[in-house]
Design a protein around this ligand. Structure first.
Ligand code: ZN
Length: 187
């Protein structure tokens, strides 16, 4: 007798197999919600700052880099209007994501005089198709009280440095969602 899959009626993505829960659909629902099914959206507007890469996969340096890097004058570098002090060219794009501020770093416990403490660091979740890699940045823009982006120039509320992008896969290998381990960066 074949096993019964309790999630079968919920699976909607054509490329998903019927062996397990379709997490792409679940993540989409969590981020964007679905009014017709009474699901409240939990995602928020974020900006992914992705370093542009050349054909060999290397980051593209900004024109200011050779002049400034290596010199002691760091303030000049931070004033660059092209790279904002990153030293490399990047592309900003909006994405809806979910921030878990205190994600436990389970493999890292620190022994202190008063006992061991669990280290926590933020994690940001995106849909599987968001273009982001290690070393990129996630910018939290200033939004209205209702979470909407104001029109005009985006103001930065917080800047997060991406340390690791985990491509979370299903048992049969499809990327279901992205989990980015991040640390807060001085904006
Ligand atoms: Zn520059």
């Amino acid at each position: 007798m074949a096993a019964v899959n309790p999630w079968e009626s919920l699976i909607s993505t054509s490329s998903a197999s019927y062996r397990e829960l379709d997490l792409r659909t679940e993540i989409h629902d969590i981020l964007y919600g679905d009014k017709s099914r009474g699901i409240y959206p939990h995602g928020r507007w974020l900006v992914v700052r992705h370093y542009r890469k050349d054909s060999s996969g290397k980051k593209v340096p900004c024109n200011c880099r050779s002049e400034v890097w290596g010199s002691a004058n760091k303030s000049t570098q931070h004033k660059c209007s092209y790279c904002g002090g990153h030293g490399f060219i990047f592309d900003d794009s909006f994405a809806i994501g979910y921030i878990q501020w205190e994600y436990p770093v389970s493999t890292m416990e620190k022994e202190e005089a008063f006992g061991s403490i669990e280290l926590v660091a933020p994690a940001v979740y995106f849909e599987y198709n968001v273009v982001i890699s290690d070393e990129d940045f996630i910018i939290i823009p200033v939004t209205s009280d209702d979470g909407e982006l104001p029109s005009g120039v985006v103001q930065i509320e917080k800047k997060l440095k991406v340390n690791v992008v985990n491509k979370m896969r299903s048992d049969f290998g499809r990327i279901e969602y992205l989990r980015c381990r991040v640390s807060e960066e001085h904006k």
